[in-house]
Design a protein around this ligand. Structure first.
Ligand code: PGA
Length: 219
């Protein structure tokens, strides 16, 4: 079986009580998932709590941030640098379409990728179409068509596989392509069974520990 990445993007959701409940429920399932790198990306406010829980309960989960500052440090109100993030996370989502919509350009995203790499974080770089560029040295790309995000209307697995193939052909440094957009426990396997798809990025369905666990099991 090929190794898979299963990434949960909690977005601007969950408070500490809800996160605590999610983690407790997840830990009770107590199942193993060898060959699957499962990465949780909570909001910044929950990183410390989630990290502590993972450590205390020795859960096989990794942590990611949902974005990173383009600045190394300084007077940048509201920003979290790579150096700050590396205390908590190994991964960082960069270029999600919801952040591009707020004005993050390819130039800014390139700088963010550089910041992540400089501090030893692995970028999970999001693109919404096969024509978008990917900064050099990015190894993990998430293909997420905007129309599929949060809509219940995922892309077809065949098209997602074609896009994954073309991204890997175009950018030889990309080793891993994830699919994201309305992934559920019911449809995850049809995506992960595609030859060139190496995992999934999950928004809505990751907010429930039960459905996220089913996604991991079914992938
Ligand atoms: P969704 O979100 O699973 O809720 O469609 C995916 C994403 O935006 O990463």
């Amino acid at each position: 079986m090929k190794p898979l990445f299963i990434v949960a993007n909690w977005k601007e959701r969950m408070d500490s009580a809800q996160a605590g409940k999610w983690l407790t429920q997840f830990s009770i399932f107590n199942f193993q998932f060898p060959n699957k790198e499962v990465i949780i990306c909570p909001p910044f406010t929950l990183l410390s709590q989630v990290k502590q829980f993972i450590q205390d309960h020795q859960l096989p989960l990794k942590l990611g941030a949902q974005t990173i500052s383009q600045f190394a440090e300084g007077a940048h109100t509201g920003e979290e640098s790579g150096e700050m993030l590396k205390e908590f996370v190994e991964y960082v989502i960069i270029g999600h379409s919801e952040r591009r919509a707020l004005g993050e350009t390819d130039e800014i995203l390139q700088v963010k990728v550089n910041q992540a790499l400089q501090f030893g974080l692995t970028p999970i770089y999001c693109v919404s179409s096969p024509t978008m560029s990917v900064p050099k040295d990015v190894t993990i790309v998430a293909y997420e068509p905007v129309s599929a995000i949060g809509s219940g209307q995922p892309d077809t697995p065949e098209n997602a596989n074609e896009v994954a193939t073309s991204i890997k052909q175009k950018f030889s440094f990309v080793q891993t392509v994830l699919y994201g957009g309305s992934v559920t426990a019911e449809n995850v396997a049809v995506f992960t069974n595609q030859e060139q798809i190496n995992g999934v990025l999950v928004g809505g369905a990751s907010l429930d520990a039960n459905s996220f666990s089913s996604i991991i099991r079914n992938a």
